[in-house]
Design a protein around this ligand. Structure first.
Ligand code: CTP
Length: 410
């Protein structure tokens, strides 16, 4: 399969095809060469949808983008200093980048970049299936460039790195490999798997932000539980933190989690850390440079865990369940409802999620004022007491609530 014109015509939206042809012609007129690269080529060949198109210019991408903006009427965002430009049209996103040659000064460092040829640009990529390009230049439009056997690997359903140092240069590829393997239903090519296992410790060379980013992308995939299971098998979880294990339990909980709608990927993180100690949890938070909402949720899991046994007490009124859980996020409570294996505790967590958290008294502060109460801490306490009475079924109607307030005020 040398020329992909008919595949492109069949699979790509007409508007995009026109854009690509125009872009190829404009590049040609400027004496530059233009290629479609990476995931878009892979997905075109696999007949999978993809709305992100990466173009590589052998020459100067901003120069092409400016000329193209005149020809197409589209307005790109141009970043001169990075040699890139971005066109957006509807939900299509088209990125232009100048072909680059990368070298790594040390493992895990961001690469040193110099302008290069398309061959250099493809060689710097992660896997053979992502290292193919389609020529868009006028006379060779549709011609496939496949120097690393990507097409063959697509047919054999293999994830293969391009050279032995690949995971050393950039260990985020370890997490990416797991992602593609499960997303596409492929498997790691034998030598690639061996090198991946050998180099899991290279994850230590990568910044927390970059690891977290790849991890989060993995958790957003359709079958994150499979990625996690593989991560465990290959020693990747342990490389992120020695106490992280899957041992089947996690995959089972992930499977239950992915039935939930809407699904918050944070939930997976909370299940992942469920068995960590507070100290281990803090180490992981620091390692992955986690801040904000996710960090708060991770800490909440460790805070709630020692209190959970109180939910097993017999004759526990709903108000006590509410009082314990109201301080925690819904994602944290959902994580416990999935992770906890004690039926009574689980049913009380579920009662909170499905029912108790929605309960509100019919009477509000305005009503209390009408009944003669001044705004202040006492009013807050009374609203709280009213809510608890309602949770416990002591009052059911507005009238009953009013009667109770009058009794308190006496
Ligand atoms: N790439 C790489 N090494 C990385 C990150 C990216 O070689 N650590 C290359 C791959 O060739 C990839 C391209 O850069 O195809 C774009 O990266 P990304 O947007 O992450 O991948 P896509 O294939 O576009 O997206 P996806 O696979 O998620 O559909």
């Amino acid at each position: 399969m040398d020329n992909l014109i008919s595949k492109m015509e069949n699979r790509l939206p007409q508007e995009l095809l026109t854009f690509l042809r125009t872009a190829g012609e404009v590049a040609d007129n400027q004496g530059q060469r233009l290629y479609l690269v990476g995931g878009a080529v892979r997905d075109l060949l696999l007949q999978r949808p993809n709305l992100d198109f990466d173009l590589v210019v052998e020459g100067d991408a901003p120069l092409l983008a400016r000329q193209l903006a005149k020809a197409s009427g589209e307005k790109p965002a141009i970043h001169r200093q990075f040699g890139t430009a971005k066109f957006r049209s509807g939900n299509l996103s088209i990125d232009l980048a100048t072909a680059r040659c990368e070298t790594y000064s040390r493992p895990g460092a961001l690469p040193d970049v110099t302008p290069g040829k398309i061959g250099d640009d493809l060689l710097r990529r992660d896997f053979s299936i992502n290292a193919m390009a389609i020529d868009l230049t006028r006379n060779s439009f549709g011609k496939l460039l496949d120097a690393y056997g990507g097409l063959n690997d697509l047919e054999q359903r293999l994830i293969r790195i391009l050279h032995e140092r690949s995971f050393i240069d950039d260990a985020t590829r370890i997490l990416r490999a797991l992602r593609y393997e499960q997303r596409l239903g492929f498997r790691l090519e034998e030598a690639t798997e061996k090198l991946l296992r050998e180099h899991t410790s290279m994850l230590d060379t990568v910044s927390g932000d970059r690891i977290r980013h790849e991890l989060e992308l993995n958790l957003k995939e359709e079958r994150p539980e499979r990625i996690l299971r593989r991560a465990e098998q290959l020693g990747v979880l342990k490389a992120l933190h020695p106490s992280l294990t899957g041992n089947g339990w996690l995959a089972e909980k992930f499977e239950q989690a992915c039935q939930l709608q809407p699904l918050d990927p944070t939930l997976y993180m909370l299940l992942l850390i469920y068995h960590l100690t507070e100290e281990e949890n803090e180490q992981l938070i620091a390692r992955l440079s986690i801040v904000g909402e996710l960090g708060r949720n991770m800490r909440q899991v460790l805070q709630l865990k020692p209190m959970l046994h109180t939910l097993a007490e017999s004759d526990l009124p709903p108000s006590s369940i509410y009082r314990l859980l109201k301080h925690y996020s819904l994602t944290t409570i959902t994580a416990f409802a999935l992770a906890c294996d004690t039926p009574i505790i689980r049913s009380r967590l579920e009662l909170y999620l499905s029912d108790l958290r929605y309960v509100k008294p019919s009477i509000d502060g305005e009503d209390l004022k009408r009944l003669g109460l001044q705004p202040g801490p006492r009013m807050g306490k009374m609203l709280q007491a009213l809510l608890e009475a309602k949770l416990d079924g002591k009052v059911n109607t507005r009238e009953e609530e009013e009667a109770l307030v009058r009794q308190w005020l006496k």
